[in-house]
Design a protein around this ligand. Sequence first.
Ligand code: ZN
Length: 262
Amino acid sequence: MEYWLMNMKLVDSHIHLYSAEYLDKLDDIIREAIKEGVETILCVAEDYETGEATLELSRKYDVVYPALGMHPWTAINNYGDLDKVVRQIEENIGEIIAIGEVGLDKKYESGEKGWARQLNVFRKMIELAEKYNKPLNIHSRRAAKDVLEILRIYKVEKAHFHWFTDDENILREIITEGYYVSFTPSITYSKRMQRMAKQVPISQILTETDGPVSFYGILKGKLTKPIHTKLVLQKLSEIHGYPPDEMAEIIYNNFKNLYGIK
Ligand SMILES: [Zn+2]
């Protein structure tokens, strides 16, 4: 790591900390993250079980904040769990800072039935977010247009598109709506992601890892960890021409503004 990036406020706004890859290593990973300046880690759930694990981790580590929700893949494969997840969200609403990971996915659409399930689950998640005034942490693979359409119908104000990889015209519309967009370490090597990051105003940018998803470039073969948001921050500050410490401060404030933490 570069010496000039020491002690910056870092934000990981989307990670799956309960994943098997992190088991037994988590104490070290969190300790290292805090030492390197990571201020907030938003752990997103995918289903009921990962939701329980997310709550447990957030109770154990102060730096970890929980989000609960039903992922579009879970909507397809475990649709019957919807009521259980809804109950889980409502019972823990005072503890969570977001509804996520939720959204739509057209890569794993699974036909008409799967798509109908995804839509139904996503609508339910939005209704909960609106009812309890929580931001949405959104997955939108190849479905950003559909996601945006639904957010507009519900007049959703607080949404965060995680690792946006869809059409650049849709990205412009997302920005116009005032939603947030986060970038992963893929920005260090993907020219397309760099081009997209340039289009997002700094007041709407966030950093994330989506760990344990693995990356190429200098992270090839390495376990993705919250400290890797430092690489994202470095690239974003280059792209937008801001000193890294200022960029870090802006991103940290964006996170606080959206998720309402103190
Ligand atoms: Zn994710």
